[in-house]
Design a protein around this ligand. Sequence first.
Ligand SMILES: Nc1ncnc2c1ncn2[C@@H]1O[C@H](COP(=O)(O)OP(=O)(O)OP(=O)(O)O)[C@@H](O)[C@H]1O
Ligand SMILES: [Mg+2]
Length: 249
Amino acid sequence: MNLSISNLCKTYGPHQVLRNVALEIEDGHCVALIGPSGSGKSTLLRVLAGLELPDGGDRTTASVTWDDVPMHFSDNALFEYRRGVGTVFQAYNLFPHMSALENIALPLRVVHGRTAEVARREALDQLARLGLEAHAAKRPGQLSGGQRQRVAIARAIAARPRVVFLDEPTSALDPEMKAEVLSLIAEIKSQRRDLILVTHEMHFAKMVADHMVFLADGQILQTGTPQQVMDEPTHPVIQSFFSRVLKFA
Ligand SMILES: Nc1ncnc2c1ncn2[C@@H]1O[C@H](COP(=O)(O)OP(=O)(O)OP(=O)(O)O)[C@@H](O)[C@H]1O
Ligand SMILES: [Mg+2]
């Protein structure tokens, strides 16, 4: 992906959460978005996923361009835009009354217009590709947290989105399940699907990401390769963040 952002602001009431965010990513495949709690990572991800409007809405002065195609922040344009992306959030948002298979097939039918039979076949195929076929008939309540999150990832990528957004996909999981989900994300990346990932898993981010973006207090303080950002932080806020988060890692 090539991603270009300029002048992106987001305000909630009196609180300016994103302050003139500007970013240029060239030829990125996996972008890790990191930074302290409350810095605006989820908000930025939600704007990029088309789930939240920047300040100004459809008259915004913000510019977001993917591979030279600008995002339009009108309801109609965003409705269309969201069909082309996948999202996975910390709380997996699977429908509790549906099986894993139905959870994946439903958006393929309703959002992407597949027939029931084609949606079912594609959903099964996706589950099989991720080693989850044994869980096809189970409902979320019958799956472990890690399995649920892997089904949520399967659902996000089933329609072959051009970019997948993941917001702390492992934060609710115990270490073993975390490892399962992280290896699935690494696997998706190796299939050359573009990912933007918010994570606190620094070692994983270093391993899997080709670009790292550090956000603090609504502003991007540093971008570069994970090695550059983690080993040569250019700002005291970044240094102090790493000295805290890597202390017990
Ligand atoms: N819908 C909302 N209404 C009002 N304030 C919000 C809303 N969403 C987020 N905020 C505020 O915006 C700031 C940034 O929130 P955000 O969730 O983007 O942070 P974050 O970097 O993802 O943090 P964390 O690492 O804890 O998930 C916080 O102060 C939060 O309280
Ligand atoms: Mg967040």
